[in-house]
Ligand binder design. Structure first.
Ligand code: SF4
Length: 76
């Protein structure tokens, strides 16, 4: 599986399912973005403020496998 990008208003999140170890750190860290039962299961739309974008960066940084990565929007 290749890396797929999920877009949000401030930041995007990319995910490579073949790297995922199903540790669940993402779901525990920010369940309003990472919901295994939803489609799409990653919804960065929720991170629409500076604070929530920071929480999302933190949740992604705890992914132990490298499956998740932040994609920062360019400054304008
Ligand atoms: S934190 Fe990373 S390895 Fe764990 S379930 Fe989420 S994407 Fe997969």
């Amino acid at each position: 599986m290749t890396r797929k990008t999920y877009r949000g208003p401030l930041v995007d999140v990319s995910f490579n399912g073949t790297m995922c170890r199903h540790a669940g750190e993402c779901v525990r860290g920010m369940p309003e973005v990472f919901d295994a039962g939803a489609g799409p299961w990653i919804n960065p739309e929720v991170a629409s403020t500076a604070d929530t974008a920071d929480r999302l960066r933190e949740a992604v940084s705890r992914c132990p496998s490298g499956a998740l990565a932040m994609v920062e929007h360019p400054e304008d």
